[in-house]
Design a protein around this ligand. Sequence first.
Ligand code: NZQ
Ligand code: ZN
Length: 398
Amino acid sequence: MQAFTQYTPTEIVFGKGAELRLADMIRKHGGTRVMLVYGGGSVIKSGLLPRLEGLLREEKIECVAFGGVQPNPLLSRAREGVEKARAFHADMIIGVGGGSAIDTAKAVAHGAANPGADIWDFWVRKRELTKSLPVGAVLTISAAGSETSNSAVITNKETGEKRGLGTDFNRPAFALMNPELTYTLPEYQIACGVVDIMMHTLDRYFTKTEGNGFTAEVAEALLRVVIENGSKAMENPRDYDAMSELMWCGSVSHNGMTGLGNAVDFSVHQLGHELSAMFDIAHGASLSVMWGAWAEYVLEERPECFARYAEKVWGVKNGGDIMETARTGIEKTVGYFKSLQMPVCFSEAREIGAQPDSVAEELALRCSFRETRLVGQFKRLDKKDLIEIYRKANRFNA
Ligand code: NZQ
Ligand code: ZN
């Protein structure tokens, strides 16, 4: 086990009616003038946003709403949010929605607390983030884990870059998590969320670190629960228990717990981000497209890790042939993504389709930050490796 620091300061209110605690939580965490950041309108249609605004009015907390955040949220919209938050003198920013609304809330908080700074400079490490405003979250989709994570992912459309920023200033002060708020999700978004929750653990689980027993067991338990309840949620999105399991696992999967003490990998996320930046494909779908190709490409680095995964997560009986067991685990995973109607290669993704090899090369160039970095830890991937994986994903069909 490697040395680690675990810092998950977010106060979580979980269960039916959790959103009714909004005013309490704002006061407790020092907010007096808040901006509510939301997406393309699902929270208006469901009545959640007007309900929250009404609650805050009753409690005499000043608030302003800022919507129009799209999935794979844009830097340009976040910059507009910064202007609005500063004009309103907001002292707390609250994301109402999923990863896109919450990540934009984080970006707005950073910009509002740092007048004169261009927020993109924080994402490209040109400028160090040393202060921000507190952020809160009212979660409506179990997926990205942004409600407790230290990350925020923003797309710069002008440069074609989708980048994550990891900092403790991204940890929300509080998260209100009512599984009933996810009942209105379309099937496709539930499926994207299940893949993303799994991937936040898989990207930590496949590691070169040995002998990290507790963390591995936590990861395996989480994956089993998500797989079972993901299928239940697809059958019945109003299954409170299934939606609760997904919501809680979504947070734990990305708050650090499932990779503590591991050298974590995150290659599949990096590979997927370039697909989203180029084709605007949903984050979860970008991951299901890439995982099988990545897994097959890196399998030989440590087949015993894949074999253990097959046994513990999928119940595969190990007949003594490690490679066979490992491959069965990969097939089961890809088969599960398919059962959720998720794409597992370029041609199955409607936003992408079959592509010429030149596209795999361009994606690899971008993913390697123009050959200035290696990607991942399980196998350190250079541009040549990345090209092979993108090519494989282009044609992959297990
Ligand atoms: O925009 P609205 O109208 O709200 O609709 C959204 C959106 O179309 C809809 N939706 C959300 N809750 C709903 C609902 N529709 C009906 N009923 C509800 N209850 O779902 C769509 C997707 O929303 P989004 O916020 O984009 O989903 P998700 O939570 O999957 O977030 C994805 C974004 O988060 C980033 C991803 O890259 C992507 O940009 N990530 C953020 C991370 C983090 N901050 O820690 C980690 C992740 O790895 C990820 O990269
Ligand atoms: Zn993710």
